[in-house]
Structures are given as C-alpha cells and as structure tokens.
Design a protein around this ligand. Structure first.
Ligand SMILES: Nc1ncnc2c1ncn2[C@@H]1O[C@H](COP(=O)(O)OP(=O)(O)OP(=O)(O)O)[C@@H](O)[C@H]1O
Ligand SMILES: [Mg+2]
Length: 150
C-alpha cells in the first residue's frame, strides 16, 4: 500500500482488504490512530488489520479503554471515547503502553488527546456518508521539522 491512501468504499470486503494491506506496513512500536464518526468502522478496521497477526477476537475497547492481544505481534487497542481528560490516560499508564517497542498500538478517537500522541504515527480517517458509503484515508504523520536559517 502506498501512502497517502484514499478511497471510497461501498462494501465490508473492501474495508477488509484495505485493513489487511495496511497492516503489512506495520512494525513493532508503531502507533495508529483512527478517527471517524460513530459506527464509521474504526473497530471493524482494527479487527481486520490485526488478522494479519493471527488475532481473531477483537472487540470494541470502549468500556475497557484498552484491550491487549498476543499474536505474531503484540497489540494494544485503545478507545479514547469515554476518556474525560489526559490525567485518566496517565492513570492507566498510557505512556508505558505506547513506549512498548514490541507492540503496535491502535487508538480509536485518538484525535481527542493529540498532546498524548507521538509525533510519528499512522492516521486512518473514516467517513460514513448518509448513503452508507464510506471514505477511508490513511497517511503517515511525521513531526514537522522547522528549519531555522542563520
Ligand atoms: N464498508 C464497511 N467498512 C466498515 N464497516 C462496515 C462497512 N459496511 C458496513 N459496516 C458495518 O459498520 C459497523 C461499524 O462499526 P464499528 O464498531 O467498527 O464502528 P466504530 O467506528 O468503531 O464505532 P465507535 O465510534 O462506536 O467506536 C459494523 O457493524 C460493520 O459491520
Ligand atoms: Mg469502535
């Protein structure tokens, strides 16, 4: 898969294929945030992405805040939806999860606490339209380097 990626999606099968292709780019230590309205398919995308690592049991982490999976890759799957402030994230040791260089972290609603995210991360944006088609856009976000001319 070449990034940035963008496509209009009209079936679950298309999302499944894109999620699988995306997962092949992932390396231990990577962080992936997923944005998109309620029911747009963030959990669905993670479920089919981590199938690449032999994991078949992904459920939504909305209530648990984080679910952990062990396949050919260790996976942390977060959902910020119910988090009220970044102090709650410190309390669950969010930074320790992210600093686990052997795991890939997926974060639904990650844009809610941008200050908690590493500058380098993948961003999966899903839009669910009224006609039930979807748009999926994926890019790699890198910290902006500011060149200072002397
Ligand atoms: N093309 C598609 N891609 C993804 N999901 C689809 C598609 N077509 C239908 N769906 C359905 O849409 C639903 C998406 O639900 P999902 O829980 O993944 O959304 P979500 O973005 O994680 O929601 P939330 O914001 O509540 O966490 C699933 O029931 C899935 O079967
Ligand atoms: Mg979800």
């Amino acid at each position: 898969m070449l990034l940035p990626f963008a496509k209009i999606i009209r079936s679950e099968e298309e999302t499944i294929k894109i999620a699988g292709n995306f997962a092949r780019l992932l390396k231990p230590g990577d962080v992936v945030i997923l944005t998109g309205n309620l029911g747009s398919g963030k959990t669905f995308f993670v479920r089919y992405a981590v199938k690449q690592f032999g994991i078949d049991s992904v459920s939504s982490p909305t209530f648990a805040i984080v679910n952990e999976y062990d396949g050919s890759m260790k996976i942390y799957h977060f959902d910020f939806y119910r988090i009220k402030n970044s102090a709650e994230l410190f309390d669950i040791g969010f930074n320790d999860y992210l600093n686990d260089s052997e795991a890939v972290s997926f974060i639904e609603w990650g844009e809610m606490f941008p200050e908690m995210l590493p500058g380098t991360r993948y961003e999966v944006d899903i839009i669910l339209y009224e006609n039930l088609s979807r748009a999926i856009a994926i890019k790699k976000n890198k910290p902006i380097k500011i060149a200072i001319r002397k």
